[in-house]
Unconditional design. Sequence first.
Length: 80
Amino acid sequence: MNAETIKDLLEASPFVPFTVHLPGRPPVLVPHPDFAFIAPFGRAMLVYREDGLRSTWLDIPLITQIEPVDKPGRRKKGST
């Protein structure tokens, strides 16, 4: 995965929430573009949880899949 792909998803209009998958970790939901920040050199991404109290740093090259969701916490029907 690369930062440009994620930037395109964050800047899409209309925005579609998505879940980020990494090996050996639970999926991380990006419910709105304001909840995610890509580090200046594109190596890492900070994602705030919906409660606004917790955050998670993700190593972008380790992302194995990005999956769109229709509502926070639910996968879109037909997604693999």
